[in-house]
Design a protein around this ligand. Structure first.
Ligand SMILES: *[C@@H]1O[C@H](CO)[C@@H](O)[C@H](O)[C@H]1NC(C)=O
Ligand SMILES: *[C@@H]1O[C@H](CO)[C@@H](O)[C@H](O)[C@H]1NC(C)=O
Length: 365
């Protein structure tokens, strides 16, 4: 019975375009749990759509759009983009057409990603157990697991993850996302957390076109680190990072072996904190997305110039001028590269997700 509930076919999270999106069939209400802090698109197929929001925390107020909530953008074709949703934005998202007739209604539980319980099978770590909501109570708190995401690498040992959301079920009742179950009740249990589970995987490669973005970075003087962001990465998709061609794994992070980098769990490793000036590359859905080169620090550059110039400060200055021009040129090249990459992405968006082969020929020509 549970499975039929979960497998409503038209209500999945397909990877569509730049953002992960949620769709609900026309005229229907759809309920689901997602994670806070990760951008999400809610579809409403109606031009001139009117959106109204009701946040469970507020209890009484419906918000209409506009005047709006700052992190929600309405798109020309009627959908909305919620950027970095907050747990407090758990609530009802209602879309009506221009005549005021309901097109879809979403009930979204944005579960707090900062409480994410992360476990790795390879390290023998166990996900959370089922618990009852209160002592002797009949309500079960459990994790509803999404399917495993794709492996983050191919042709080599990789890792894959799946997300799990907190749900509560009363006997013979339909389970509800935890914060929808509680509503405005101020109950709390440490079991009420979303989860992420990781395991090793190994899959064959299909040859794929990479989407290449180049960028460079500098370690900040204060923190001795830099944050890199993988374009198009999201907690809902497989991401992998490599440092000087060596993969960074959740296993390495969770076991404390890899201390030279930190994968940010709140976005599924989309952001990486690095402490070493190495070459970092990232892949999304096994496709090459971006490469980050360490920018030679100003200190290094100046030292080099001073050494080269010796006692000729004039020549040194001239050379620095030249170096600046070269840098500007490089920046321009990088910019053009980025734009080309984005163009490639746009092209990619318009191909059907499963027919990679036919599109490849098109793009290669
Ligand atoms: C969107 O609505 C239009 C007009 O109502 C319809 O023709 C079209 O098939 C719908 N598209 C989707 C994806 O539901
Ligand atoms: C936990 O609870 C859910 C929902 O009642 C149930 O489907 C699942 O089998 C339970 N898991 C275990 C290990 O008991």
């Amino acid at each position: 019975m549970l499975t039929t509930l979960w497998l409503l076919p038209s209500f999945a999270v397909p990877v569509l375009g730049l953002y992960v999106s949620v769709r609900c069939p026309h005229g229907k209400q759809c309920q689901r749990a997602l994670l806070s802090n990760n951008d999400i698109f809610l579809h409403c197929n109606s031009s001139g759509a009117q959106w109204h929001y009701f946040f469970l925390q507020d209890e009484t107020n419906w918000y209409s759009h506009p005047p709006s909530v700052p992190n929600i953008e309405i798109m020309p074709e009627g959908s909305i983009l919620i950027k970095s949703p907050l747990p407090s934005q758990t609530g009802i998202y209602n879309c009506r057409d221009k005549n005021g007739i309901q097109v879809v209604q979403y009930e979204i539980d944005f579960q707090d990603v900062s409480t994410l319980h992360i476990t790795h099978r390879g390290l023998g770590q166990k996900p959370l157990q089922n618990e009852t909501l209160s002592l002797g109570g009949k309500e079960i708190i459990f994790t509803y697991w999404e399917p495993w995401q794709d492996c983050n690498r191919c042709g080599k040992l990789g890792e894959r993850k799946r997300l799990g959301y907190c749900y509560i079920q009363e006997p013979l009742e339909k389970p509800l996302p935890c914060w929808f179950y509680l509503g405005d009740a101020r109950l709390w249990s440490s079991r009420m957390r979303p989860e992420m589970q990781v395991e090793a995987c190994n899959v064959q490669c299909e040859t794929q076109l990479g989407q290449v973005t180049f960028d460079n970075f500098e370690l900040s003087e204060e923190s001795g680190s830099a944050w890199l962001t993988c374009p198009l990465g999201s907690i809902y998709r497989p991401i992998t990072w490599e440092a000087n061609n060596t993969p960074l794994t959740w296993q390495g992070q969770l076991s404390g072996q890899d201390v030279t980098t930190i994968l940010d769990p709140s976005n599924g490793g989309r952001r990486l904190q690095v402490f070493q000036p190495a070459i970092y590359t990232c892949f999304v859905q096994q496709e090459f997305m971006a490469r980050f080169n360490p920018r030679p620090g100003l200190d290094t550059l100046e030292t080099l110039q001073r050494e080269e110039a010796g006692q000729q400060p004039e020549a040194g200055r001239a050379r620095k001028g030249k170096a600046d021009t070269v840098f500007k040129g490089l920046k321009l090249v990088l910019l053009v590269g980025t734009l080309l990459g984005l163009l490639g992405l746009l092209l990619k968006l318009f191909r059907p997700s499963r027919s990679k082969r036919s599109n490849r020929t098109l793009l290669v020509k």
